[in-house]
Every structure is written in structure tokens, then in C-alpha cells.
Unconditional design. Structure first.
Length: 356
């Protein structure tokens, strides 16, 4: 079991710069905050909570509950309640319960047909039934990826450590020493193991594809979506999804302004002498240390990616006009390995423990 510690394709219609986001006002869907020191009052209520409910209720029994709270601007919130714990940390994969509500002063109240949840300013949550009986309390947690800050293994090429953009075309370093969106790798890779760390801006008024959108485009063909999908269902066009082709096995998106990780193993498709595909590409992705795609056979290019073929194209960090940031990027080139070996339990190419 994988557990976590509790604690571009360039878009022709994307014309807004980071400066435009900095100038956007509260209430505007382009409003984005990149500095945690500048967040609004709602931000402290957003996040993940965990605890036990039902200890004093003989009719229901005790069980673990996870809660993800999402700010939607001006005191409005939505949330997801998970039986067993949080995604990747105990959730039993049963149907999540969706709640909504509004903050009044220091208390955020979220409701659905079965529960009333009150989130206090200090990070304590009272969970009540529909009749108002207290079932238990949850506490706030800050999770971090077990691969955050992962050091490159032997044979890896460090592409970005904050000091240079020599490995990127049109690469730009921010004042914080981070890599901006809208760049591509100079070297082209066929099969590889890639580590990328990314941070989503806080965009409370944006929804859907307008909320912290970017993507890691493998061979400029296959997009692993980057999006603020924290607390949502996690469908094919949300964070971790192979864009419009396959949703993540579990939505492991953390709240915005948290550093997150992708660890991607990619085995290129095979073609015959006439250029006909005879074997699909295969991919394994860990998001924040948890497998979200395991040895998946990619049936075709995703979204607006280039058509599949023998010609190699670069990996791109998509510019969708949202100020997503990247750091600690390294890659292991596996192009010369015709049949990459598999490593249990980490899945293809993602584990150094087996000695390969």
C-alpha cells in the first residue's frame, strides 16, 4: 500500500500574461494568488481534514472520515466527504458526498441531506447529523508527497534546479527561482522516467479548465493534465487525467499553493517499417507518491497533441495562461532500452530498489 505523510502544448487562444493575473481583482476568474502571504480569509478554511465519527452513536458505529474543503470566493465553499479517510490515505473508494455552504464570520457551515459540517477557524471540524446531533470531530492536516524533493538517481539528467534554463527552449525563471509555463525540453526523449514538481496558484473564483490549468505534454502528444481539481471528482480532463482519455485512478490533487509531484514512466509506442503502429505507448504515473495510472496502454494522442508517429517531439510544459510554477525536474533517458524491465511494487521504471 502506498501512503503519504500526514502533515505546452502552447494554446493559441491564451493571450494573458502572469502580469494580467496579478492585476485581476477579487471576483474575477483570472484572479490568482501565488504568495501564501497574500491569501484571503477563505484560504485558511480550505484544505484537508481527518478524524473519527460515531464513537458516541450506538446506531452507526465508529468510522474514519476525510473531508476536503474548496474555497470558491467571497465566503462560498464546496466540499467532499470520504468514508474511511482521505484519497490515498484510507478512503475506501465508495461514493463521496458533496456538500456546499458559506462562511459566516469565523465559522464555515457545509451541508447536504445527511450531514452538517462546521469548520472552525482553528482547524477543528464538528460533524453533525441532519438532526444536529454531534457525531465527532475532524482536525486539519497538511499532507506532502513522499517524492517531494526526490534526488535524481544514477544516470539521470537534471533539467531544472533553479539555476539555469539551458535545457529548455524559451524557458523563463521567476523571481522565486521557479520555472514558468510555456516552455519545452530542448532534448527529445523516446522512453523515459521523469520527475516534475509543480505548484498551482490559488484561483478561488475560477472553475473548470480556467482553474490553474497547465499540462505535461509527453512527446508533445500525450498530456498529463495539471489543474486545480482539489476536492473534485477527478475526471478525464482534471488533474492527473490523461486528457479526455482516462481519468486518474484516484484524485490525488492537493490544495493550491501546495507543492505537488508527478513521477512519470513512459514507454514509447512501436511502429513497423511502414510507419504503422504495432504497439501502444505505456505509462505509469504517481501523483504525490500514489499510483494514479499503472502500466496503462495509451490508445492514441490526447486532446490537441500531435498525431502519433515515428518522429520525436519535445516534452512541453503547457502555457494555458495560468501562473503554474515548476521546480526540481530531472529525467532518466530509457530510449536505448528496447524492453524496459518492471519493478514491483512501484510499477514500470519507477523504482530503484530492485537494482536495475
Amino acid at each position: 500500500m502506498f501512503r503519504l505523510a500526514l502533515i505546452g502544448l502552447f494554446c493559441a487562444n491564451c493571450l494573458l500574461s502572469s502580469e494580467a493575473f496579478a492585476q485581476a481583482k477579487k471576483g474575477d476568474k483570472k484572479f490568482a494568488i501565488l504568495d501564501i502571504k497574500q491569501v484571503d480569509e477563505d484560504f485558511q478554511y480550505q484544505g484537508e481534514y481527518y478524524g473519527q465519527i460515531g464513537a458516541d452513536c450506538s446506531w452507526c458505529g465508529e468510522c474514519a472520515i476525510g473531508l476536503q474543503v474548496v474555497a470558491r470566493g467571497d465566503g462560498n465553499f464546496i466540499a467532499s466527504l470520504y468514508n474511511g479517510g482521505l484519497p490515498g490515505n484510507g478512503w475506501d473508494r465508495s461514493q463521496r458526498q458533496e456538500l456546499s455552504g458559506k462562511r459566516q464570520g469565523d465559522v464555515l457551515t457545509l451541508t447536504d441531506d445527511d450531514f452538517q459540517v462546521q469548520v472552525q477557524q482553528g482547524g477543528i471540524v464538528d460533524v453533525r447529523d441532519s438532526q444536529g446531533h454531534l457525531l465527532g470531530q475532524l482536525s486539519k492536516y497538511q499532507r506532502s508527497s513522499i517524492t517531494l524533493g526526490e534526488k535524481p538517481p544514477r544516470g539521470a539528467t537534471v533539467l531544472f534546479d533553479g539555476s539555469s534554463v539551458e535545457h529548455f527552449k524559451n524557458g523563463k525563471i521567476t523571481d522565486e527561482g521557479l520555472l514558468n509555463v510555456g516552455t519545452e525540453f530542448k532534448h527529445k526523449y523516446r522512453s523515459f522516467r521523469l520527475h516534475v514538481e509543480f505548484r498551482l496558484p490559488y484561483m478561488p473564483y475560477a472553475t473548470g479548465q480556467a482553474r490553474s490549468n497547465s499540462g505535461v505534454y509527453l512527446q508533445s502528444r500525450y498530456e498529463v493534465q495539471v489543474l486545480d481539481s482539489f476536492g473534485l471528482e477527478g475526471v478525464e480532463n482534471e488533474c492527473g487525467g490523461l486528457y479526455k482519455q482516462k481519468r486518474a485512478d484516484v484524485n490525488m490533487c492537493f490544495p493550491p499553493l501546495s507543492w505537488q509531484t508527478y513521477d512519470i514512466a513512459f514507454v514509447a509506442p512501436k511502429f513497423d517499417a511502414d510507419g504503422k503502429k504495432i504497439k501502444n505507448a505505456f505509462i505509469t504515473v504517481l501523483q504525490n507518491g500514489v499510483p494514479i495510472h499503472q502500466d496503462y496502454s495509451i490508445v492514441a494522442k490526447t486532446g490537441g497533441g500531435k498525431q502519433e508517429g515515428l518522429e520525436l517531439f519535445p516534452i512541453k510544459l503547457q502555457d494555458h495562461s495560468n501562473p503554474v510554477r515548476f521546480r526540481n525536474i530531472w529525467i532518466v533517458d530509457l530510449s536505448d532500452q528496447p524492453d524496459p524491465t518492471y519493478c514491483h511494487p512501484c510499477q514500470p521504471l519507477l523504482c530503484d530498489r530492485c537494482g536495475n
